[in-house]
Write a protein that binds this ligand. Structure first.
Ligand SMILES: [Zn+2]
Ligand SMILES: [Zn+2]
Length: 167
């Protein structure tokens, strides 16, 4: 379409748009629409898959949809519809706080009463299992990112939330 290809990078599309505008200065609006089409991921997908239902979707979802082009593609498409079955709903459970050092679960939640270590450096506070913090600091007392020595606080029987507020 107008020399645009689905495989073009956004950079190439920008260049091509500039080229078309130079060549057809009177078609400003049309070229602007064409540009918005090729910047539309759904449209590019539909051009690649040629799935009739995806092309139909473009007709209703796109601003200034190229209806004639889409109708023609739908008519001539031999591709199967894409499966648009909604994904099973997942409850987004807040992820559990993890140990900065070993990556394992540190607490069930920030309100969970636990023993843990707080490592402070210029990068901020990091939470870790006490055994992980002690092992780590015996090898490496400085933060690799900011090169400051860690300040270690071993905190017993408290919640991460309290620490968040206190430090
Ligand atoms: Zn750990
Ligand atoms: Zn740091």
């Amino acid at each position: 379409m107008l020399g645009y290809k689905a495989s073009m990078s956004s950079e190439r599309r920008r260049e091509h748009h500039a080229f078309l505008r130079n060549k057809f200065p009177k078609l400003h609006d049309e070229l602007h629409h064409a540009r918005s089409w090729v910047d539309n991921g759904n449209f590019l997908d539909a051009l690649t898959t040629r799935a009739p239902n995806q092309l139909e979707f473009c007709k209703i979802s796109m601003e200034h949809a190229p209806t004639r082009l889409l109708d023609k593609l739908i008519e001539t498409s031999t591709a199967p519809n894409v499966d648009l079955a909604p994904r099973a709903l997942q409850t987004t459970r807040p992820s559990k706080p993890t140990c900065h050092l070993c990556g394992e679960t540190l607490a069930e939640s920030i309100a969970d009463v636990i023993d843990f270590s707080l490592l402070k450096c210029s990068c901020g506070n990091k939470y870790a299992h006490t055994h992980c913090a002690e092992k780590h600091l015996s090898n490496q007392s400085q933060c690799v990112a900011c090169k400051k020595s860690y300040m270690l606080n071993n905190i017993k029987h408290s919640t991460l939330r309290q620490t968040l507020l206190r430090f």
